[in-house]
Design a protein around this ligand. Sequence first.
Ligand SMILES: NC(=O)c1ccc[n+]([C@@H]2O[C@H](COP(=O)([O-])OP(=O)(O)OC[C@H]3O[C@@H](n4cnc5c(N)ncnc54)[C@H](O)[C@@H]3O)[C@@H](O)[C@H]2O)c1
Length: 272
Amino acid sequence: MLNMTGKVAIVAGAGSVGTAGSKIWGNGKAAAVLLARQGAAVFLLDINEDAMAETKAIIESEGGTCATHRCDMMVAADVQEMVQACVDRFKRIDILVNNVGGSAPGDPVSMSEDVWDRQIDFNLKTAFLGCKYVLPVMLEQGRGAIVNIASVAGMRNDFRSGRSHVGYSASKAGVIQLSRSVAGTYAKKGIRVNTVVPGLMHTPLVEYRLARTVGGNDPQKLIDARNEAVPMGHMGDSMDVAHAVLFLVSDEARFITATEIVVDGGSTAFMP
Ligand SMILES: NC(=O)c1ccc[n+]([C@@H]2O[C@H](COP(=O)([O-])OP(=O)(O)OC[C@H]3O[C@@H](n4cnc5c(N)ncnc54)[C@H](O)[C@@H]3O)[C@@H](O)[C@H]2O)c1
């Protein structure tokens, strides 16, 4: 079940923000490690070489196979070069996980045009560029599976918090539709495209950034509030996201394309 032996997977954003050595991982790091545990050769890419090196060390300490490549997923030439480097190294690409992204606060009045543009590039263009340069390789192979990482922010709005991150919400909604649209175009060509939609997760982002930006510098208070906001009573973690990714790229999901797995402990269904 969910055997990835012989498969080559690119994971974009395979490092993690936060402290080196932390037991709490970002979604890309967890997906990369899990795919390697299941037997895939993983091509790790990130703009942060130290973060990526940490993921590599974990995979290699467990006997897995991986390589690292520095790449800014917002820059087309970088992505093109990265795809060629993966083909040079591993000869094929079976799986692409587009995981780069993150939120910036603001509504249309308070958000500058620059921040808006960057949010769209960070969350949506990165997934577009990944697809743009990997799809021709998958097309030639006649098979492939892509998973784009969105967010529940792209599906619903939390009016109770009084906060807005309009660029994030709009770009993550775009990611879901990007996946569906590309899936339709390539459905008869052996390439499946799906989205994983995480909700409130306990990743390094919570302590590293959100505690400062929205948590009043009180990480534990923020963690308690996020746990309480989830119907299951606690946040998920990056391995919950990684398992959804693993399933969607596996042969067991061979009839699944153009859809989403929402990993949110029930949050979306029970929003008031
Ligand atoms: N953390 C959450 O609670 C949460 C919830 C919903 C959705 N998500 C989504 O999951 C994804 C991962 O978030 P996370 O918080 O787990 O990850 P993270 O921010 O901890 O790690 C992402 C990695 O991407 C790298 N990166 C940033 N910009 C890059 C670029 N331009 N090119 C290449 N690499 C780049 C970073 O260096 C980092 O190592 C994002 O798309 C995010 O929107 C996260």
